[in-house]
Design a protein around this ligand. Structure first.
Ligand code: SF4
Ligand code: SF4
Length: 499
């Protein structure tokens, strides 16, 4: 198919080749795996094991806490060494519970295999849920939940957003057949009659593998869609627009267009869960950049630390200066490498001092209203107007103008000749607005509590007054009866004394 073009975006220098020269490499597990119970969007899993317990590979360590949650399974056999507080990987200061697994032994368990493409949609969704499968493109949304509402079109997203990230490229080169079969499973689970497999035009080896896999396993339902390598093509909304020509409405969701987008690695994980009964316990991670000795794509047991993975890649070069979890545009800077990797972590990028210097910002200058930031915005926003509102603290107006539609891609930063860190302003504005909304909610709740208390006090006072009045009335009427009796006795000459 011929994709159309999404709005905005930038052509950035490609850097996949640095890590895709070799085949996928296995990352042997470290002696201790640290598994966060919050490796996905939604509620953290609840621990199902106790300290000292022996577990097998594939065993449930933490069970999903409701539908918007996902289970966490043991990547290797071993013994639970601790269940303790940790930090959400990549988000210093945000708390998480970690299960520490000392790796020993090789016992494993799997779920009973299902019938693959012949399985019922409900059984497929249940299996995908039981295996702890979540969106592996970075969002970590529980996959079964995303499949719960029927759609017409499934898009398999093999378009990687950022230039250095190559884990999906590496996956498609070697496992395109399982991606295509997994895509057909996902389509069956969500009721989609059409499947588009989106791959960037620069991923030539992956494209060849996909063509072969679609011909062999597509069953006539899978269509390969070659998309231009334009950042951020892999964004869900941008990809939908590029492939269907339709835009997800502001404040809306892909399901409003009858579309569901799943990452290619998620499709493979679903296939492994259904046909092989495997829980999601490992993922492919790109380790790359001039600060690492042997860049490559590694199959990594979840809970492996960044430090251990970088050591597998030959360690740091003398040039290593900055560590990012993710790509150069949207990645999170890590203060250290003692960070366990989870289901949503697709890349460890080690930048050099030269990279850091090149990115050092020129001093911020005033906005000259050139408008260069608008044409590159993939969310069709007007960044200079948003900036104006955020700087002035008029966050309500910024929200009206689409602040929360900003995907923080950084394209406007690169386009701005005044070197204004627009994305940082928008990130700050969103955080500030969330705080204001939370405070407004708290104030509303306090006002409602105060008003209901006042109403209760007034009601109780009214009830008390009514009771007092009734008592007074009753007392008055018994006095009147006694007086009437007295008058009657008096008329009869009855003194009231006993005869
Ligand atoms: S960071 Fe936000 S405003 Fe800037 S280009 Fe990206 S989506 Fe648009
Ligand atoms: S690109 Fe920079 S200087 Fe130009 S309008 Fe946008 S914010 Fe202002």
């Amino acid at each position: 198919m011929r994709p159309s073009r999404f709005h905005g975006g930038l052509r950035l220098a490609g850097h996949k080749a640095e890590s895709t020269a070799d085949a996928l490499r296995p990352c042997p597990p470290p002696p201790l795996l640290r598994l966060s119970l919050a490796q996905h969007a939604g509620r953290p899993a609840r621990a199902r094991v106790a300290v000292g317990e022996r577990v097998r590979r594939g065993q449930l360590l933490g069970e999903a806490d409701g539908e918007l949650s996902a289970g966490v399974h043991a990547p290797r056999a071993g013994r639970i060494e601790a269940i303790r507080a940790g930090e959400l990987p990549g988000f210093p200061g945000l708390p998480s519970i970690e299960v520490w697994l000392a790796v020993e032994g090789d016992e494993s368990i799997t779920l009973p295999p299902l019938e693959g493409l012949a399985s019922e949609p409900t059984a497929l969704r249940e299996r995908i849920r039981a295996a702890g499968v979540v969106g592996l493109g970075g969002a970590g949304f529980p996959t079964a939940e995303k499949l719960a509402i029927g759609r017409e079109l499934l898009i398999l997203n093999g378009a990687e957003c950022e230039p250095w990230i190559a884990c999906d490229d590496a996956l498609l080169r070697e496992h395109a057949d399982e991606v295509v079969l997994g895509g057909r499973l996902l389509a069956r689970a969500v009721g989609a009659g059409r499947i588009l497999l989106a791959v960037e035009d620069s991923m030539t080896a992956a494209l060849d593998a996909c063509r072969r896999a679609v011909a062999a396993h597509g069953g006539g339902a899978v269509e390969l869609a070659v998309v231009p390598t334009i950042y951020p093509e892999g964004g869900e909304r941008q990809l939908i627009q590029a492939l269907t020509g339709r835009e997800v409405p502001r404040g809306g969701l892909p399901r409003d267009l009858g579309v569901v987008v799943q990452n290619v690695a998620t499709a493979r994980a679903a296939w492994r869960a259904v046909v092989h009964g495997e829980a999601l316990t490992e993922r492919i991670v790109t380790v790359t950049g001039p600060g690492v000795v042997r860049p490559g794509n590694y199959v990594v047991p979840l809970g492996t630390t960044v430090a251990h993975l970088v050591a597998q890649a030959g360690g740091y070069t003398p040039d290593a200066a900055r560590l990012l979890l993710g790509g150069p545009m949207m990645g999170l800077a890590l203060p250290h490498d003692d960070v366990p990797l989870g289901k949503t972590h697709n890349c460890v990028l080690v930048q050099s001092a030269a990279d850091v210097d090149a990115e050092a910002r020129e001093p911020e200058m005033p906005c000259i209203r050139c408008g260069d930031c608008a044409p590159v915005c993939p969310a069709r926003l007007l960044p200079q107007q948003l900036l104006w509102q955020v700087r002035a603290g008029r966050l309500d107006r910024a929200v009206d103008q689409g602040l929360f539609d900003c995907i923080e891609c950084g394209c406007c930063d690169l386009a701005c000749p005044s070197h204004i860190p627009l994305t940082a302003y928008f990130r700050h504005g969103k955080g500030e607005q969330r705080v204001r909304e939370a405070e407004a909610e708290r104030a509303d709740a306090a006002r409602i509590r105060h008003e209901s208390r006042q109403q209760r006090l007034e009601r109780e006072a009214a009830e008390r007054a009514a009771r007092d009045a009734a008592r007074r009335d009753a007392a008055t009427s018994s006095d009147a009866v006694a007086a009437a009796l007295e008058r009657a006795r008096a008329r009869r000459g009855d003194s009231g004394a006993a005869p």
